[in-house]
Structures are given as structure tokens and as C-alpha cells.
Design a protein around this ligand. Structure first.
Ligand SMILES: *Cc1c(COP(=O)(O)O)cnc(C)c1O
Length: 381
């Protein structure tokens, strides 16, 4: 691999190669915005918003500045009181739980299934108290949490469901007869257009989705300084916008999203076929009812040699990542909310077992072969 040209080098996410493939479309869309100089809330934002509504089959998409803001304004829209409890996963990116704390709500972290790495509905149920108001299922690495069970619990206990759909845009959930896109099943769905996400901008971006007209109206007001009419403010909101250049780029990429996700699935199938017979690793397990669009391709290394494998791959010029090395109930930032002795054995175990391999839309067969051969040789030694 040492002698490979820079453009052939294996990347964790190859944004440059993807841009090269779509360059003429993207450049034209950007030029359009620059020539109009309509940089904030220009027509490109409206166009992208309505195309995404159509793609997701959801009544409302409210664009905002990033996925973290989307989660924050979603919670702000629900009229919660300080101390209200929000149940979510301990095995996720910090943003999911950070916004709960920022709003003076109480994060209640529960364990995940070791195979799908998503919320265990029975654990959610055990954590429900009279103060519980919201559940945030995280659709981790590109596949859904058990939405059927979670929606059932939410209905039974009168809870809101805010889906963290930052890693799963485009994945469907349900039966053949009734399939919905993840992020449109709960009361509000939140996504991120961070460059490395499945639908990535050339900077930050995010959005909330909802089928509820009142919630949509509230979220629109909240992202715009709590204002419906310019210079009149009903509540304290935030300033969170998707800018027109990002919207124009995203609108081009949205047309390719299904193709992007198919390319990721093809790469995952390649990896699965090579790794499924290695005893020391577990390949991704797909949640019943969910599609998997492989935001990450994450193996579990079962023999305690995950860190050896990570170093071995680095030496072969293969980037890999550990998502996530520390579950959130162990993070210092949350120590005020989480009991010291809280044990979530699956999340703790996963943080020592997981390793994510290069996964993007531009992986060549040659690269997949090189990566999987290296992983295999790791277990021969
Ligand atoms: C990326 C991500 C976020 C936050 O998105 P930003 O756009 O980076 O703010 C939140 N939750 C999960 C699970 C994510 O992967």
C-alpha cells in the first residue's frame, strides 16, 4: 500500500473521490447559489426541504445548522420541565445525551443489545418513572433500533419518541406492506448532514422531521430565535439555519442517496462474506424489520485482541476507528446525573470490542480485497 498514489490510498471515508465523481453537478449547483447570492434561506433551502420531505414521505422537514441542534430544538419543542427524564442509549455519540443535560433535563442511560447495539426495549421499560417524558432511540451505524417495541411502550406510557436518525438517513423500517423511513416513525426525527454522514454536506447541516403540524410549527419558530414574525419573539429560541450553499449541495446528493446506500451495502456484503467464518469476530447483525445502510461497518472482536487488530491495520495503511471507546455513563461530563456505580455491561463490553472498517461510496474491489485480506491475516498470526 506504501507505493500507492494518494488518490488510491484507503480512507475511512473518501469524500474527495465522491466529489470528483459528482463534480460537474455539484459545481453547477454551487455556482447557482453564488450567482444569486441568496446565501441565507434562499430558494435552494426550500427546494431541498421539499425534495427531502418527498423522499422521506414525511409532512415536514425543518432544516437547521447541525444534528446536535436538531436534537436540541426537538427537545425544546416538547414543552418539558427541568428535571423531566429522557431515556436513551449509553452507546452513542455524545450529542444525543449532551442536549438533554444542556436543557436541564435528566438523562437516563440504559443498556443496548450486544448484537444490534441499539436500545433494549425491556431496559427502557424498566427505566420508566412518572417523570419520564421522552425516549430517544439511536439508530446506530445505519440501522434502526427496535422501533416497533419502542413505539408500543411510548403509546402505553404516554411518552414522546425523538429518533436520533443522524446515522441512518434513507434506511427503511417495517414490513413489506408498511415500510417507513427511519426518522419519520416517532414524534420527531433528527438528522445530521455532517460531511461523513450518509447524506453529507460540505460543512455542517441538520434537520428535524415530523408529521405533526403543531410540532413542525414550533420547531420552525425555535430555530428562528423563537420568532414567527420578524422582530417579534414568542419564546427564547436559537439561531440554527442550513445555509443555501449546503442546501444546494445536499439537493444534488439527495438524488444519489439510494445509490450511495447501495454502494455501502455492497461493500458490507463483501466484508460479511469474508469475515463470517472467523470465530474471533462477529459481523454486524441486522435488527428485525430494519434496513441497514452501513453508516459504519462495525465488527466486534471477541478474543480481547481488538486493540492489536487496530494497530496491525494501521501498519498496513488501513485506517480504522473505534466508535465508541467509552460509553456515555462513564463520561465525566455526565457524572452529576449518573450514579457512580451504574453498570451497563453490554455498552461497556462493546466499547472494548468494536472496530469500524473503512466504509464509503467509493471503495473499489481491490481496496476491499486488500482490507479484508489484512483482517484475515490478523487472525492467522
Ligand atoms: C453525527 C451525530 C450527531 C450530531 O450531529 P452533528 O451534525 O455533528 O451535530 C448526533 N447523534 C449521532 C448518533 C451522530 O452520529
Amino acid at each position: 500500500m506504501q507505493h500507492m498514489l494518494e488518490e488510491q490510498m484507503i480512507q475511512m471515508v473518501d469524500l474527495k473521490a465522491q466529489y470528483k465523481r459528482l463534480k460537474s453537478e455539484i459545481d453547477a449547483a454551487m455556482m447557482n447559489v453564488m450567482e444569486s447570492s441568496n446565501f441565507i434561506n434562499g430558494p435552494a433551502v426550500k427546494t431541498f426541504q421539499s425534495n427531502l420531505e418527498q423522499y422521506l414521505n414525511v409532512r415536514h422537514v425543518v432544516p437547521c445548522a447541525n444534528g446536535t441542534d436538531a436534537l436540541q430544538v426537538a427537545l425544546m419543542a416538547l414543552g418539558l420541565k427541568p428535571g423531566d427524564e429522557v431515556i436513551t442509549s449509553s452507546f452513542t455519540f455524545i450529542a444525543t445525551v449532551e442536549v438533554i443535560g444542556l436543557l436541564q433535563l435528566k438523562p437516563v442511560l440504559v443498556d443496548v443489545d450486544t448484537e444490534t447495539m441499539t436500545l433494549i426495549p425491556e431496559e427502557v421499560k424498566k427505566a420508566i418513572t412518572p417523570k419520564t417524558k421522552v425516549v430517544i432511540p439511536v439508530h446506530l451505524f445505519g440501522q434502526g433500533a427496535n422501533m416497533e417495541a419502542i413505539m408500543h411502550l411510548a403509546k402505553k406510557y404516554g411518552l414522546y419518541v425523538v429518533e436520533d436518525a443522524c446515522q441512518c438517513l434513507g434506511a427503511g423500517f417495517g414490513t413489506k406492506r408498511k415500510k417507513q423511513k427511519l426518522g419519520t416513525i416517532g414524534h420527531i426525527g433528527c438528522t445530521s448532514f455532517f460531511p461523513s454522514k450518509n447524506l453529507g454536506a460540505f460543512g455542517d447541516g441538520g434537520a428535524c422531521f415530523t408529521n405533526d403540524d403543531l410540532l413542525a410549527d414550533r420547531i420552525r419558530m425555535l430555530v428562528n430565535h423563537g420568532s414567527r414574525e420578524k422582530y417579534f419573539h414568542e419564546v427564547i429560541g436559537v439561531n440554527s439555519r442550513l445555509d443555501s450553499l449546503q442546501a444546494a449541495i445536499l439537493d444534488v446528493k439527495l438524488k444519489h442517496l439510494d445509490d450511495f446506500n447501495k454502494r455501502r451495502q455492497a461493500a458490507a456484503t463483501y466484508y460479511d462474506d469474508v469475515f463470517k467464518n472467523i470465530d474471533e469476530v462477529a459481523i454486524p447483525v441486522i435488527q428485525g424489520g430494519s434496513e441497514h445502510i452501513y453508516h459504519q461497518y462495525t465488527l466486534r472482536v471477541l478474543n480481547g485482541r481488538r486493540d492489536d487488530m487496530f494497530i496491525f491495520l494501521k501498519k498496513q495503511g488501513i485506517p480504522a476507528m473505534i466508535y465508541y471507546p467509552q460509553p456515555l455513563h462513564k463520561q465525566k461530563a455526565f457524572s452529576a446525573w449518573i450514579e457512580n456505580d451504574l453498570k451497563l455491561p453490554n455498552a461497556e463490553r462493546l466499547s472494548n470490542e468494536v472496530i469500524s472498517l473503512p466504509m464509503h461510496t467509493e471503495l473499489t474491489e481491490e481496496q476491499l480485497d486488500y482490507i479484508s485480506t489484512a483482517v484475515l491475516s490478523c487472525f492467522m498470526a
